[in-house]
Design a protein around this ligand. Sequence first.
Ligand code: AMP
Ligand code: MG
Length: 492
Amino acid sequence: MTVHFPFNNTYARLPDRFYARVAPTPVSGPKLIRLNRELAVQLGLDPDRLASPEGVEFLCGRRVPEEAEPIAMAYAGHQFGHFVPQLGDGRAILLGEVVDRDGVRRDIQLKGSGPTPFSRRGDGRAALGPVLREYLVSEAMAALGIPTTRALAAVLTGDVVAREMPLPGAVLTRVASSHVRVGTFQFFAARQDVEGLRLLADYVIGRHYPQAAGSDRPYRAFLDLVIAAQADLVARWLHVGFIHGVMNTDNMSVAGETIDYGPCAFMDAYDPATVFSSIDQQGRYAYGNQPRIALWNLTRLAEALLPLLSDDEEKAVAEANEALGAFPRDFETAYHAGLRRKIGLATEREEDPALAGDLLKAMAENGADFTLTFRRLSDAAAGPEGDEAVRNLFINPLAYDAWAARWRERLAQEPQDGASRRAAMRAVNPAFIPRNHKVEAVIQAGLEHNDFAPFEELLAVVSKPYDDQPSLARYAEPPEPHERVLRTFCGT
Ligand code: AMP
Ligand code: MG
């Protein structure tokens, strides 16, 4: 019995210039590392068949399902601020779309499945390390409740890919609510292809923002919705200490999902200037720059959409500016609301942002671990006996004491009792994130010993980020100084 993929494709119905039809390039000796069975079921796929030798052939691109219409999507993008008029899927192939159990249309894409007409100088392949990283981090983000693409499977290809050194090749099967990027709009705008631009906007409105279709200015409504979604997304990143690492406009989904996990990582000690990516030497995509960069990227989207906003250029620019003007508000609102929840405030007071901001400032000055501080603060919220565990995270514990005194005054004005406050805080302050030194250790075990047990264990831990999991408590610990991993690589 063969694997049945209930594809129901729409992007492949768009005109030819939106993509290139291209099949995956066969690999020599595929071996399944992991299948996300729950996600398979959600997508209407049979997990047992997918895990069979035949299923794995599909998951590595050695065979193409009969119902698939494999395409590489065309897009452009600003990379580190420089516009590249043609990028496109250079190492990814969209097999098709399925409508999942909740009625949501989702893309199934192979990443690392061989060259496409958009590969430029690349080999179209992915190395094992980045595949494991994307699998872990995207699934952790999903478990944290942050909009993200998902990982359906990771497969070793049996082939070697040439990077700085030869590395085992792998393919990630990625699931996304779509793969349309800010850069996809830029692709058509750069070609002054207004018809293509309109088709794309109509497509995205139909797929992601149907509420915009009913507006009297649907493209403006669409832009507003993308801006709001992105503001919310970046606020959520900041709440968990996530650093995307390559927020180029081609790596920003217009559906508002986190996409394209490259040199991404979670911060240990809180410092807004934190950068992990080896290629981000200026710190353009540092943790604290992410809201600013999101707005910069959205400004590029608004520019691309100008011809749709109005026939009158001046009016179009005014519309775009008005829409972009909402971003700082949208972001601040989402960011401060999340911070209030993180410090256990159920009601809202004018001075709350300053209170939360002063905690962050003290954390930054005292090298306090971001995740542990907030997690332990949840216990301190139930009563001062929890303070000791938090204050120990600060180089100078008195900095915490001073803040905690103000915090407790503020908590005294709250209607909640300590126990319910603690429970509410534990539901938003994770115990577990995929700490970078753990991710690196998992990758090394896979690379050096072909051992994926550490990968499985870390994946299990980060899939339940808000549970204590006492037997796995070591995964909650920050790195020892000698374990610290300060750089991550794209692996491209
Ligand atoms: P990224 O930095 O992963 O977002 O990729 C930027 C662009 O480079 C995209 O167009 C990718 O498809 C392309 N690319 C990255 N790695 C490869 C590769 N190994 N082979 C071909 N194209 C690649
Ligand atoms: Mg990309």
